[in-house]
Design a binder for this molecule. Structure first.
Ligand SMILES: Nc1ncnc2c1ncn2[C@@H]1O[C@H](COP(=O)(O)OP(=O)(O)OP(=O)(O)O)[C@@H](O)[C@H]1O
Length: 316
């Protein structure tokens, strides 16, 4: 279990994490979502004692991470998959980690098997693809057989098969009763993987709860209607509590009402309909709506991707 109380981190005048309080329960996969710069990595770094909170506290399995006697056996962490000496082989990296933490050497072979690295375990890590690096990072996190796993963007750089593998693995680990906390900026990926979601923006919680509840709360349905008697229909639906807007004559966009209710209201009042279409926002659209106010540096980032020269200017 991970428990954060009023967790805050400031870098100078920048508040990266702003009074976050949450509990991540064992036996579940909790997805930590937020746009770039939302504060996910900073939160994870504070959980594992790599950054000191400006104020507030965070504990893992009841204690601050640094107060655990064998942290690796308590918490498995994937924060920066590239933080491995490039000249070492994957096996030698894992063996060194195991030796310095009192973990038996046979566990190294187990995690190599679990993460599908058996074929490349003797190769230099420097030659690894991003996906193989991610697998090695996950193998390192699993080495101590920890009760809690903290994985920052574990599917980053993985191909679809790798993504599916991570999904299956984390579900399996949570099924064993472990606490699994993983970050992503992809709502669709988290919707398929997590039980619970914690969505943050600009260091604050935007929403949290079971995946389906969060999705239902953000993917509101709009009903589109075309009718030669749009005015009369709008009047009756407004009276019933719907929010009505109209971009052109004879066309209505309705919220707070189902397509069935619109059809029945029309029938009961003898109103002719030419079109009745429920339109559900896609998950990614809903997520973008949810977090759009919390996205930092949007224009700079986009220009940097489109035109590196503009990006250079933006960074000056
Ligand atoms: N060492 C630091 N010094 C100054 N500012 C920092 C530092 N680390 C992070 N920040 C700032 O804190 C904010 C949160 O960053 P963080 O990396 O935690 O976000 P994130 O949600 O993990 O984003 P991403 O998805 O891009 O990794 C950002 O505005 C970032 O620029």
């Amino acid at each position: 279990m991970i428990e954060a109380h009023d967790l805050t981190k400031r870098y100078g005048s920048k508040t990266a994490v702003d009074h976050l309080s949450f509990t991540i329960q064992p036996g579940t996969v909790t997805g930590f979502l937020g746009p770039n710069g939302a504060g996910k990595s900073t939160t994870m770094r504070m959980i594992v004692g790599l950054d000191r909170p400006t104020s507030g506290t965070v504990t893992v399995n009841g204690r601050p991470y640094t107060q655990h006697r064998s942290p690796l056996k308590e918490v498995g962490v994937l924060l920066d998959a590239k933080a491995v000496h490039p000249g070492r082989s994957a096996r030698s990296h894992l063996r060194t980690m195991a030796a310095t933490h009192g973990i038996p050497a046979r566990r190294v072979d187990e995690v190599i098997e679990m993460t599908g690295l058996a074929g490349v375990a003797g190769k230099r890590v420097g030659g690894f693809s991003l996906g193989m690096g991610q697998r090695l990072g996950i193998a390192s996190a699993l080495l101590g057989d920890p009760r809690t796993l903290i994985l920052d963007e574990p599917v980053n750089g993985l191909d679809p098969e790798g993504v599916k593998w991570v999904r299956t693995l984390v579900r399996y680990l949570a099924g064993e009763g472990r606490t699994v906390f993983l970050s992503s900026h992809l709502m669709s990926e988290m919707a398929q993987t997590a039980d619970q979601l914690l969505v943050i923006g600009r260091g604050r919680i935007i929403t949290a709860g079971p995946v389906q509840e969060v999705i239902d709360s953000v993917t509101g349905t709009t009903v589109h209607v075309r009718s030669p008697q749009a005015g009369a229909l709008a009047e009756r639906l407004r009276a019933a509590g719907a929010t009505v807007s109209s971009a052109e004559a004879g066309v209505l966009a309705l919220q707070g009402v189902t397509a069935e209710q619109v059809g029945e209201t029309a029938a009961a009042n003898g109103i002719v309909l030419h079109e009745l279409t429920p339109q559900r926002a896609s998950l990614e659209e809903a997520y973008m709506n949810l977090t759009q106010d919390a996205v930092e540096y949007r224009s700079e980032t986009q220009s940097a991707q489109i035109n590196p020269a503009v990006g250079q200017e933006a960074l000056k």
